[in-house]
Design a protein around this ligand. Structure first.
Ligand code: SF4
Length: 368
């Protein structure tokens, strides 16, 4: 853990336009609100590691909603326009809608409310969707790796039924969430046979399905390159059954490449919707990466594959003013040069890691 230093004078005060060492702006803040999850997906929180003896963070270590909002306010002043709540499973954090209410009051330097989104495994969504919508949450992303109940129960490793996640998505649509995204991590030999059934299920429903290449996140998921299904192969497979046309990115720094379902004339049919592919392994998108990550206990990470964070909680709890916190964040972002996936893609396919040999932080701790 590194302690941030606060620059003297007006240096580091927010301008709404902070750029890192590679010229990438700070636009997206992902906030992990809990390191716990009720699923045990092997690629994220495998049972072997996250067992009953695993030492989760004590409640006192977690940032309170007020602390999170205070930090988020400084990030928004520096140019963040999108805030995503993650975990662990964020809906396990009690009364999360109160945090959403607080974050919904933030304003960018241009006076705009930041886009507020949340990623969830969907298990508690049926119960929570309405309260989240009323609190001001704009959008939702639901993780779902299979529609086949047996495969899904095996992948979440806690025997959770797929029907309950689908009921959560229905409840979210009924509560007024449109533009819902469903993220499917595709692991060759495990659930790649589910790509087509998933596409057929969500086509024309208003839900955008996104396929994520299985990644070597954290230090415990036993990742192997031969279990990655490259997005190009996946799109070719889909095209054989469901014609697609490429679409423009909807925002700079967007992680997913968009493909629209085509009509009989080969044009995008908006009523059928679209899919996305997130090619984190085969087509690294570090060059446009504008994301910062705040861990459950207030450590700032600059990359999903980071080995070390910056301790913002010590500033918060040490009595630093808002100005001092904002001034500490600026040089941390300005010095950022992380581009892990890009570096890894330059290594031979069988190389285990492009890291420095240090242990990478787990995804459940900093959010995916
Ligand atoms: S590897 Fe790091 S820098 Fe590259 S896109 Fe992912 S989070 Fe961003």
């Amino acid at each position: 853990m590194r302690a941030p230093t606060v620059p003297a004078g007006a240096a580091g005060l927010p301008t709404g336009r902070l750029a890192d060492a590679l010229g990438r702006p700070l636009r997206d803040l992902r906030i992990s609100v809990t390191d716990r999850c009720n699923f045990r997906c092997g690629y994220c929180m495998s049972k072997e590691v996250f067992d009953k003896d695993y030492a989760y963070l004590p409640h006192s270590a977690l940032l309170s909603f007020e602390e999170i909002t205070r930090l988020a306010r400084q990030f928004v002043a520096h140019g963040v326009g999108k805030i995503r709540l993650t975990g662990g499973e964020p809906l396990l954090r009690k009364n999360l809608e109160r945090l959403v209410e607080q974050l919904a009051t933030l304003r960018t330097p241009e006076g705009r409310a930041p886009d507020l989104t949340l990623t969830t495994n969907g298990s508690l969504l049926a119960r929570k969707a309405r309260a989240l919508k009323e609190a001001g949450l704009d959008r939702l992303t639901v993780s779902l790796d299979s529609l086949d109940d047996a495969v899904f129960r095996r992948m979440n490793d806690v025997d959770f039924p797929v029907a309950d996640v689908l009921a959560g998505i229905d409840a979210a649509q009924a509560a007024g969430f449109d533009r819902i995204k469903v993220n499917m991590v595709v692991k060759r030999g495990t659930n790649d046979h589910e790509v087509l059934p998933m596409a057929r299920h969500f086509r024309g429903t208003g839900v955008t399905l996104r396929f994520i290449e299985y990644m070597d996140v954290g230090a415990t998921n036993g990742w192997r390159m031969d279990e990655v299904l490259p997005s190009a192969t996946l799109i070719a497979r889909l095209q054989e059954q469901l014609p697609l046309v490429p679409l423009e990115a909807s925002a700079p720094g967007e992680t997913a490449a968009r493909w629209g379902y085509a009509d009989a004339l080969g044009r995008h049919d908006a009523a059928l919707g679209e899919v996305g592919v997130i090619s984190s392994v085969t087509q690294a998108f570090c060059r446009e990466c504008n994301r910062a990550r705040l861990s459950t206990e207030g450590q700032l990470y600059l990359c999903l594959f980071a080995t070390q964070g910056w301790d913002l909680r010590s500033l918060l709890r040490g009595g630093a003013s808002d100005e001092a916190i904002a001034a500490a964040i600026a040089p941390i972002w300005q010095q950022r040069s992380d581009r892990y996936s890009e570096l890894r893609s330059q290594l031979p396919p069988d190389a285990p890691t492009a890291g420095t040999g240090r242990r990478r932080v787990e995804m459940s701790y900093i959010g995916g």
